[in-house]
Write a protein that binds this ligand. Structure first.
Ligand SMILES: [Zn+2]
Ligand SMILES: [Zn+2]
Length: 208
């Protein structure tokens, strides 16, 4: 069993401010891991699919998921599918066992009715400037709520995730000299170059 509360401090350190959405990500990640009975990903053992888009409320959810599952941007075992929703699908790569967890709309709507959103966030106050006495109770609420009051955990299903191994092949761009992963190299005249160098040459109409 993984306990979301044990990751709250580290999550806030990673995330940068106190808010209720990052903790919701911790709870969702924990619920998914506990449903699959899998530990935090050390390598790429887990794969997370987030339905979030960009530039919308409760986006902070993603950092909670990254913190607790070990599915991170750096390891490349997390993807956003840009549906503007808050579902998380967690996949155990080895077995293909997967589960989707989504915060209850009711719980998210209730959160929007709090002082944190009404008097601060929706008026443009950055989360870091909301007083502790306003945000702390909300965080406690998310962290201590019974799981079925805030999340829906779907039935386990099977899915396939890409298991392409990492490539170690790199070489310098023959135009700018910076290192490039082989599969991102482009042919420009008789040279192998990086994408920005290829695009720059197209813009200026040159061939090399
Ligand atoms: Zn946040
Ligand atoms: Zn280049």
């Amino acid at each position: 069993m993984i306990e979301a509360r044990e990751f709250l401090k580290a999550g806030q350190l990673l995330h940068g401010h106190k808010c209720p959405a990052m903790p919701m990500g911790l709870r969702a990640g924990a619920a998914a891991m506990n449903a699959l009975a899998v530990p935090r990903a050390k390598d790429k053992d887990l794969f997370a699919i987030l339905e979030l888009g960009d530039d919308h409320c409760s986006h902070c959810f993603a950092d909670g998921v990254q913190m607790i599952t070990g599915c991170t941007f750096g390891k490349g075992n997390i993807r956003k599918v840009h549906h503007g929703k808050f579902g998380l699908t967690l996949v155990d790569r080895g077995t293909g066992r997967a589960v989707r967890v989504v915060p209850l709309a009711r719980a998210q709507a209730q959160m929007k009715q709090t002082k944190f959103f009404q008097e601060y966030r929706s008026k443009g106050t950055p989360a870091s400037q909301v007083p502790d006495e306003v945000v702390d109770p909300l965080i406690q609420q998310v962290m201590s709520a019974p799981q079925d009051q805030i999340l829906v955990v779907g039935a386990e299903f099977k899915t396939e995730v890409d298991k392409t191994g990492e490539t170690f092949a790199t070489r310098p761009c023959q135009a700018c000299g910076e290192m490039v992963v082989d599969r991102y190299m482009r042919v420009l005249g008789d040279k192998l170059v990086c994408i920005p160098c290829q695009e720059a040459s197209q813009l200026s109409g040159k061939t090399a």
